[in-house]
Design a binder for this molecule. Structure first.
Ligand code: PLP
Length: 369
């Protein structure tokens, strides 16, 4: 840091130059984040300084968090469900492991995750000294319930399933896993960080929520398909009492106890998540998701017309294909198996899909000749 500060003009000239070095979402096809909805930005700015870590100081903001949790309880078909906001999918998954480990109280706890699970579980297990057992997935990239059952023992404190996998957009057979979890008396967590904002708005979507017996918790991220600002996650639990094991005394705050992982917690992105859902309503959310799913289908159809086959037909707006290169400046990603992966987020509009297909077609044909 320099001894003397910059003028505001100098400072913002520098900051703008740095911001201009960032990629624009216009050609990003690899991200599960997106341009926030304009009402999210407006709400975020309004609540910029609020801190949900000390909710007694910000009772209005705290009410927005409560309302958001009530909406998700309804959406996930268990009106008595509880929950809280987090910074995103990783923190939600860590919190699940924390309460599962505390509840189970065994010396060498383990959890079972599908081979398709997000890497946040590896972090969570490492932090908490929990063994991570990996269950195989089938040729449609879905967790195999029988093989999962074989990994359970008396030290298993959680089975993790995924609704809308990060890489292939698939949903595990959650009813069968719920049955297994109930039989074995093990907590079942559904990681719906991505799919939790998509599946409720799709007709004939695979079941994943609290209407499925055995599902104990669900994580979902407003900063992904919820078009909120970063950072925002939500952790829903069927029975709020699981949080009791995480309570610590908070002597100098307006509340006496807290179970959240972080202390200071942003109210701004919670207000932003609330704003998007309040503004769009169920009809608007359905229209948003329908558009993303239509664009995903169009992309798959377009790529297959060039002779690049899909890997699977996804449950959510993530399309995967045999490995091929794409022309710049398009930014795509590749799965751990090397398959091309494109996420049709709201910023990936129909025009963007058509423009990508045109560019891809030209470069693919010229490379094949
Ligand atoms: N779970 C799933 C299924 C995800 O796709 C992701 C991120 O893409 C996460 C968890 C982690 O979320 P975050 O990056 O918000 O911590």
């Amino acid at each position: 840091m320099d001894a003397e500060g910059l003028s505001a003009d100098e400072l913002f000239c520098f900051l703008k130059a740095k911001r201009n070095e960032d990629r624009s979402y216009s050609h990003i096809l690899s991200s599960m984040c997106t341009t926030p909805h304009p009402v999210a930005v407006q709400a975020h700015n309004l609540f910029m300084e609020t801190n949900l870590g000390d909710p007694g100081l910000f009772p209005g903001t705290a009410q927005l968090e409560d309302r958001l949790i009530r909406w998700f309880a309804d959406l996930y078909q268990e009106p008595s469900a509880g929950g809280c906001t987090t910074s995103g999918g990783t923190e939600s998954n860590i919190q699940v492991l924390r309460f599962c480990k505390k509840t189970k109280q065994v010396k060498n706890p383990n959890i079972i995750v599908p081979a398709s699970a997000h890497f946040s579980f590896e972090k969570a297990c490492g932090m908490m000294d929990v063994e991570m057992r990996v269950a195989p997935i089938d040729d449609q990239y879905r967790m195999i319930p029988d093989a999962t059952g074989e990994l359970i023992d008396k030290n298993t404190c959680c089975i993790v399933s995924v609704a809308g996998t990060t890489e292939y957009g698939m949903t595990d057979p959650i009813p069968a896993l719920g049955k297994l979890a109930e039989q074995e008396g093990v907590h079942l967590h559904v990681d719906a960080a991505f799919g939790g904002y998509v599946l409720p708005f799709i007709d004939h979507a695979p079941p994943f929520d609290f209407s499925v017996p055995g599902v104990g918790s669900i994580s979902v991220d407003p900063h992904k398909m919820g078009m909120s600002t970063i950072p925002s996650g939500i952790l829903m639990v069927r029975d709020e009492r699981v949080f009791c094991n995480l309570l610590v005394e908070t002597p100098y705050l307006t509340t006496k106890q807290a179970y959240s992982l972080t202390g200071t917690r942003p109210g701004a992105s919670v207000a932003a998540a609330y704003a998007v859902m309040a503004y769009l309503g169920r009809t608007g959310m359905k229209a948003l998701v329908t558009g993303c799913m239509e664009n995903t289908r169009r992309l798959i159809e377009g790529m297959e017309a060039f002779g690049v086959p899909r890997k699977v037909t996804p449950d959510v707006n993530v399309a995967t294909f045999d490995h091929v290169s794409v022309p710049s400046p398009w930014t795509v990603s590749y799965t751990r198996k090397g398959d091309l992966r494109i996420v049709c987020m709201p910023h990936v509009t129909r025009d963007v899909v058509e423009s990508f297909l045109t560019d891809f077609g030209e470069s693919y044909v010229s490379h094949s000749n």
